[in-house]
Design a protein around this ligand. Structure first.
Ligand code: BTN
Length: 275
């Protein structure tokens, strides 16, 4: 496992978004759990970053293995607007992650827009980032980051984000057919600290959130589709024990995956995608 030598960090706050709080903890069980504990006393949207998580959780009840040096944070907010609208924040978080990764790695190839965005690496050999429905960020075709949304009946939404900055978890621990994990360091050579990553991610999230509040989901959906992995290709979506294979046509205005199958267009509101 790669470790980063300790060095004092000067946190740049010059681009920190107005109205957002920030809490940095040396260690916590899970930033999502910490978000539930802290939410009642928070005055506004707040990022909770932990330099170490001892009980990180992933989607579908999975453990999120979080080796030292990786990014683990949760944004706690009270977005209003009901659960369906709140859930669209996963697309905002994915776009913000995409921008933060590109900002931290200047040599990265943002990739072509639209359905060509399927090759794991660009022709020039530069690393390539893409978004995988519903909640993953891919780098060179491997899983770099995951997003887990949790909400409660009081209207609190917690957006948990894990990024393999320094180390990718052991690939033998992943599910069959799942995308293998990669790290930012191994794929690009960029050594980015969790604090620096947060300083790129928080303003990017705030920009997309402001756009969403003003213009709704349409521009977010378009931007997400421009960065989507495997658009126009045959993929398999798994919903519990059921599976659907078809061509990835689009994402609709509720965020559902639209697959073209032999029975016509199928909308999949939630599930996991396999390539
Ligand atoms: O399964 C996934 O892909 C989602 C992973 C989400 C992991 C992050 S790390 C920060 C936050 N705290 C957690 O316990 N989980 C999320």
């Amino acid at each position: 496992m790669v470790t980063r030598p300790w060095r004092p960090r000067l946190l740049s706050t010059s681009h920190w978004p107005v109205g957002y709080g920030r809490i940095i903890l040396p260690e916590v069980d899970s930033t999502l759990s910490e978000a539930s504990r802290q939410a009642p006393s928070l005055a506004g949207p707040t990022w909770i970053l932990a330099l170490r998580q001892t009980a990180g959780r992933g989607r579908r009840g999975r453990e999120w293995v979080d080796p030292d040096g990786n990014f683990a944070a949760t944004l706690v907010m009270r977005p209003g607007g009901g659960p369906e609208r709140a859930a669209l924040r996963s697309f905002i978080a994915a776009l913000a992650l995409y921008d933060a990764v590109c900002a931290c790695c200047p040599g990265l190839d943002p990739g072509p827009s639209g359905s060509n965005n399927t090759r794991p690496r660009s022709r020039s050999g530069a690393a390539r980032v893409a978004l995988k429905w519903p909640n993953d960020v891919l780098l060179n075709g491997g899983k770099l980051a995951g997003i887990l949304l949790e909400s409660n009946s009081t209207g609190t939404l917690s957006i948990g984000i894990g990024v393999n900055l320094l180390n990718a978890p052991d690939a033998t621990q992943i599910e069959e057919h799942a995308v293998p994990p990669v790290s930012l360091l191994s794929e690009t050579g960029a050594d980015v600290t969790p604090e620096d990553f947060l300083n790129a991610l928080a303003p990017a999230f705030a920009r997309y959130e402001a756009q969403f509040k003003t213009y709704g989901f349409a521009p977010i959906r378009t931007a997400w589709l421009d960065r989507a992995a495997r658009l126009g290709q045959v993929i398999t979506a798994r919903m519990g024990t059921a599976e659907q294979t078809g061509t990835f046509e689009t994402v609709d205005d509720s965020g559902a995956l639209i697959l073209r199958t032999s029975e016509g267009l199928q909308a999949i509101p939630a599930g996991e995608v396999y390539f």
